[in-house]
Ligand binder design. Structure first.
Ligand code: SF4
Length: 361
């Protein structure tokens, strides 16, 4: 079970898109309007760490209880790791990322311009109007950086390509039981959205072979959390006798957007993010999130939920006690494993996964 083609490395993608005259933007998690960036000629390279970045350089700018994603990304930026980018987009995903944007903007002063994007936490009409204005503000910042405003043709192309890419991702999830891919390959492909040009993602995702639906290759579970690092997590889950049949990952299903067909470009992009699957970082009410997760677990046959959460991730931690209660009432056990952003999965995590899978058998 392998991907239809070998995925290029980040370095290869960066070299290629630059040779095509595109500009690069380093982007922090989680939600941002890809089509807006594309219309202005920017290609996003996302920073979810990286896990092998040192801690010390970034850590000196934050409290000791700041998550590794923020600390390591700051180290990475300070060490010149993203110098190829012309700007750094820091969405207001959480207090930690808001703090990072402030530290970069007010104290560290990186060479690149620091851009922000503030998401509303509710979905009233006023929030939608606010968010359209906020996207317009980001557009003005991109215009200053790029020195140009997109033509109507560029907007049309950007929206069409990003709509096709979000559809390709949604179809991967929809066809999951029919795909000739193991969990690790599946999530390698899903996570290639973090750096791969959308046209490449569409081509590769569409080329994944679809066969007859297969039963899960192990005890079916739903994986929740921010980012499955290291990716050997999937090997450990498999070795423990489980299979990930659904997820609630910030880098995964929470970003299965649907871009509506009606409205202005900014209204469509705003709606795609505001109406995305439940996400505590976007302020989804807990009962609503629990209902969505229970539905997802029921429809995919998942027997329990493994929360693999980044240490000190407040938005995730706030939800967990009540979420455990809601899922427990519906008959779904849940376990929570806290992790740092490292390149090797610890033995303690492996043992906890094995114990959890045993309880589900
Ligand atoms: S891991 Fe949690 S706290 Fe850290 S950047 Fe992501 S959402 Fe924010």
């Amino acid at each position: 079970m392998s991907l239809p083609e070998v995925l290029p490395s980040r370095a290869e993608v960066i070299a290629r898109v630059k040779s095509q005259g595109k500009r690069l933007l380093a982007v922090m998690p989680i939600h941002y309007p890809r089509a807006l960036l594309r219309a202005y000629g920017f290609h996003p390279i996302e920073l979810w760490g990286p896990p092998d970045a040192p801690v010390a350089q970034g850590a000196r700018h934050f409290q000791a209880y700041t998550c590794d994603i923020v600390v390591k990304a700051t180290s990475f930026l300070l060490s010149g790791g993203a110098d190829v980018a012309e700007g750094i987009l820091v969405p207001h995903t959480c207090d930690a990322l808001q703090g990072m944007a402030a530290v970069l903007h007010d104290f560290v002063h990186p060479r690149q311009r620091v851009l922000t994007l503030y998401h509303p936490r509710e979905r009233r009409e006023a929030d939608r109007l606010y968010y359209v204005d906020e996207l317009a503000r980001l557009g003005r910042d991109l215009e200053e950086l790029a020195g140009k405003r997109p033509s109507e043709g560029e907007w049309t192309e950007a929206l069409a390509t990003e709509t096709a890419a979000t559809t390709a991702l949604a179809e991967l999830y929809r066809d999951r039981p029919r795909l000739a891919l193991g969990d690790r390959e599946f999530y390698t492909l899903v996570r290639s959205r973090e750096y791969l040009p959308s046209e490449d993602f569409i081509r590769i995702a569409s080329a994944v072979q679809r066969g007859a639906p297969r039963a899960a290759d192990g005890v079916p579970i739903l994986l929740s959390g921010i980012v499955p690092e290291p990716m050997s997590l999937f090997d450990a889950i498999h070795a423990a006798g489980a299979a990930v049949v659904a997820d609630d990952l910030a880098c995964g299903f929470r970003r299965v957007y649907e871009i509506p067909e009606r409205g202005s470009a900014l209204e469509r992009l705003a709606a795609s993010i505001l109406d995305a699957p439940a996400d505590p970082t976007r302020g989804t009410p807990l009962a609503e999130r629990a209902e969505e997760l229970i539905l997802r677990m029921t429809s995919t046959g998942a027997r329990g939920m493994l929360v693999y959460g980044v240490k000190f991730c407040e938005p995730e931690l706030f939800d967990l006690p009540r979420l455990r209660h809601y899922l427990g009432e519906a008959g779904f056990p849940m376990t929570h494993i806290e992790h740092e952003l490292v390149s090797t999965l610890g033995q303690q995590a492996v043992t906890r996964i094995e114990a959890f899978v045993e309880t589900l058998q």
